[in-house]
Design a protein around this ligand. Structure first.
Ligand code: ATP
Ligand code: MG
Length: 409
């Protein structure tokens, strides 16, 4: 979501401030927050549970310097790092308060959700997943199997920092100073904002203390929290892990409630996506799904949807909604070109079929090899990456802590 684009290199233009974007409002950003859309589209989205609100202490932990695990968050409910405390120098660890942080309630919530989801989840905050920290796990995926995995991915990610501190930065109706004043007022004070849509979204946030999967016995995973200087509540989204072939993922651009373009989400070349009839079928399936299930329900005019088409090509799932804004990666399109499209203009001849939605796939192995690996600017030094080889995140953190002590950066 709203953060530096990872593949501007793929685009015709690298100017992320390209003209022609509709003004981005807070309401539009809030509509893309997971807990805003998930209850409405639950039947079309893979299972997920939201823990909300996250307590300030946890946000402070995520924002603190250093890579350390809360006590008790490892695979077996014990600290991954405390085993080593003796060898780390006992007196030093006693002095260092950061090693004593614990989140027992959050740990318990995460463990309960892990059990419900067969032991593996994919983590996100309100908008973003920590994809830039995926190097920490073998296979570069975000598969988490204990609370420590979740914490370290979130803590290591710049994308997550963006959700915490900069989600509304690009909004035309966001005045940070005014926001900070208003959140310090009484919790019962009515919203000062006169945007009806925003007020409705905020009200929805208040009611939806927990967006859950479809099971009826889901607990509300609400935790008390102090009021932080933020106009929205931080949430931890845990999606049930499933192996989603990248070749089946599509990013769809909606402008003025019209589906204008579809881009392959992966940067690899796939033979089976090349035939014209396969592409025509894909456009038809996605267009029908958009028209039947999304167009008249999603509150914004312009936005970007991520879809996953199951292997048998018979079912579409909604993976995410993103703002129609330069910070969302336009992948194989350039934002300038998307902004210049006018799908509402009458076509020159009524017999000419509409060109929309446009579809782009990687159409040659060369094009694929020219594309930059995702998030390459977030990669870490080689010796750090080698440390993570073949280990879980928790194991890696343990190794990392040791290396830090030895003076390895
Ligand atoms: P972006 O910044 O591109 O909008 P994001 O941070 O919003 O991404 P998602 O779109 O939710 O994150 O997921 C990113 C990728 O992670 C997806 O393209 C998919 O490959 C993978 N993924 C998403 N959900 C799951 C899941 N439940 N299990 C396994 N992998 C997943
Ligand atoms: Mg997204």
């Amino acid at each position: 979501m709203s953060r530096p684009s990872s593949s501007e290199e793929l685009q015709d233009s690298t100017d992320s401030s390209a003209a022609g974007f509709p003004p981005l409002t807070r309401a539009a950003v809030l509509a893309c927050q997971f807990s805003s859309w998930y209850p409405t589209f639950r039947k079309h989205s893979p299972k997920a549970t939201v823990i909300k609100p996250l307590e300030d202490r946890f946000i402070d932990y995520l924002e603190s310097d250093g890579l350390f695990l809360p006590e008790g968050s490892g695979p077996m409910g014990v600290s991954e790092l405390s085993d080593d405390e003796d060898s780390r120098n006992g007196s030093e660890s006693e002095d260092d308060q950061s090693w004593q942080v614990t989140f027992p309630e959050l740990d318990a919530d995460i463990r309960r959700i892990l059990t419900k989801y067969d032991g593996a989840v994919f983590p996100k905050l309100n908008w973003s997943s920590p994809q830039d920290a995926a190097w920490m796990i073998p296979g570069q995926a975000l598969k988490c199997q204990c609370p420590a995995d979740v914490y370290l991915l979130l803590k290591s990610s710049d994308f997550i920092s963006h959700d915490l501190d900069h989600a509304f930065d690009e909004c035309v109706d966001y005045e940070p100073e005014k926001e900070e004043e208003s959140v310090q007022e009484e919790a019962s004070a009515p919203p000062q904002d006169d945007l009806a849509q925003l007020a409705a979204q905020l009200a929805l946030q208040e009611q939806e203390t927990s967006a859950t999967d479809s099971s009826d016995d889901e607990e509300a995973l609400e935790r008390p929290t102090r009021r932080r200087k933020s106009p929205y509540k931080f949430e931890l989204v845990l999606k049930k892990w499933f192996d989603m072939p990248k070749s089946q993922e599509w990013r769809c651009f909606v402008k003025d409630r019209k589906l204008v373009a579809i881009s392959q989400r992966d940067t690899n070349y796939y033979d089976f996506l090349q035939p014209e009839d396969v592409q025509a079928d894909l456009r038809a399936k996605i267009s029908a799904f958009f028209k039947d299930e999304i167009r008249d329900v999603f509150p914004s005019q312009s936005y970007v949807i991520d879809l996953y088409l199951t292997r048998g090509n018979d079912r579409l799932f909604i993976i995410d909604f993103n703002p129609y804004a330069p910070q969302t990666d336009a992948l194989l399109f350039a934002w300038e070109s998307l902004n210049a499209l006018s799908p509402s203009a009458p076509s020159s001849s009524s017999s000419t079929p509409s060109p929309y939605p446009l579809l782009r796939v990687i159409d040659s192995p060369t094009m694929s090899s020219q594309t930059m690996p995702s998030f390459s600017h977030n990669r870490y030094p080689k010796d750090v990456v080698e440390l993570s080889d073949g280990t879980s995140i928790a194991d890696f953190a343990k190794e990392w802590a040791k290396k830090l002590e030895e003076g390895v950066k």
